[in-house]
Design a protein around this ligand. Structure first.
Ligand code: ZN
Length: 380
């Protein structure tokens, strides 16, 4: 009897103390405030009409939900480039073996049209390699490209080029880029391309396959044609305040090169670190990344509006942080937010579309349907 009482006391203590302890070290329970000092302008665009879809640009805000978008919209005093979108849909992000997905399975659904297991990258639930939109575009005579702000072994870019049953097999994933069908790749992660434990130099192998290997933005900028594999940082690219509009520049450079193919192109652009600062529950950097992604969207929408034959689709792989906007002021550009988790949460994520074919993206559908719709529109 005494032992049962002691046991119960132990469990009561455990359940009253433990969650607080976990919360204290894992995330900030207090609300956080953010003010965007200088808001940025948004140009209202006239969407192109009546043309067919020649190119598709898929933009992924990793971990970006409607709450991120609405918070960023409030901080920018009631405007975002996303507001130029013509069609809106909702994507169901659960994966094959879990309700709450990760960027591996979430990215694989967008890249290959298959729901797979948590942490899987570019493979089905049996571990078999799947073809991505990059592969299909390439097989159909189109060019293909990727531009991200994170290390290239991170799950989202990897799901378009690499195949692995575990996203944490970082060195294996990097080596897999040798077989990547993209013509333009921009991102970070140089440290695992060279100085590898297996003695391979992935840059050399890519160079032997006909890629130019610029190692800085200055070198990337000078390139006028040909295949490019640009890894400009050792791990991730610097913080938004330091890197400026690097994602927009890298994306437009990719478009300039890929668009030289008269058959058209597919490109994936990722606002990679929206997810990271959701995990860290860091509202300041989370908003900086979300605004950087939106400013990149502005540049891409502007290019697509001029081109007329390019569909731009913007979505997320899942939500990160359980972000909630609890207070704010549109005139001051002030937001007060709380996070409910240091991980991912379960919620449908928005899908925005601009350009020809955008009407196909209205409605509520599986994340895999985004792949299906792009595949159909590009005739892949
Ligand atoms: Zn994440």
């Amino acid at each position: 009897m005494k032992r049962i009482i002691l046991n119960s006391i132990f469990f009561v203590l455990l359940f009253t103390i433990l969650p607080d302890a976990l919360l204290a070290q894992g995330r900030n329970e207090e609300g956080q405030t953010y003010i965007l000092e200088n808001s940025y302008d948004v140009v209202t665009l006239t969407p192109p009409t009546g043309k067919k879809v020649k190119n598709v640009i898929l933009m992924i805000g990793d971990g970006m939900s409607l709450m991120h978008v609405y918070s960023a919209w409030t901080a920018n005093r009631g405007k975002l480039n996303l507001d130029n979108s013509q069609a809106i849909g909702l994507s169901k992000t659960y994966c094959a073996d879990r309700l709450i997905t990760d960027s591996g399975a979430g990215g694989t659904a967008l890249a290959t049209g298959q729901k797979t297991n948590y942490h899987y990258v570019g493979v089905d639930t049996e571990g078999k390699p799947l073809k991505s939109l990059v592969d299909l575009a390439s097989e159909n005579g189109k060019s293909a490209g990727i531009a991200v702000t994170c290390r290239l072994w991170d799950a989202t870019p990897a799901t378009f080029c690499c195949h692995n049953i575990d996203r944490d097999n970082e060195a294996e994933i990097v080596a897999d880029y040798v077989n990547c069908n993209a013509d333009y790749v921009f991102g970070g992660g140089a440290k695992l391309f060279e100085n590898r434990e297996d003695g391979r130099n992935i840059f050399k192998e890519l160079s032997n396959k006909g890629f130019q290997i610029p190692r800085s933005w200055d070198e990337v900028e000078k390139i006028k044609n040909g295949k490019v594999f640009a890894v400009v940082d050792s791990v991730d690219t610097p913080l938004p305040a330091e890197r400026g509009d690097l994602l927009a520049r890298a994306s437009l450079k990719g478009i300039e090169l890929l668009n030289q193919n008269t058959n058209g192109f597919f490109m994936m652009i990722e606002g990679s670190q929206i997810d990271d600062y959701g995990h860290f529950n860091d509202l300041d950097l989370l908003m900086q990344e979300t605004h950087d992604f939106d400013r990149t969207i502005g540049k891409i929408y502007e290019w697509a509006a001029q081109d007329g034959e390019t569909l731009v689709v913007i979505t997320a792989d899942h939500e990160t942080g359980g972000l909630t906007l609890v207070d704010g002021d549109l005139e001051e550009g002030r937001i007060a937010c709380k996070f409910s988790t240091g991980g991912h949460s379960g919620v449908m994520v928005p899908v925005y579309a601009f350009g020809p074919g955008s009407e196909k993206f209205t409605g509520i559908y599986e994340n895999t349907a985004i792949f299906d719709k792009i595949k159909e529109l590009l005739n892949l």
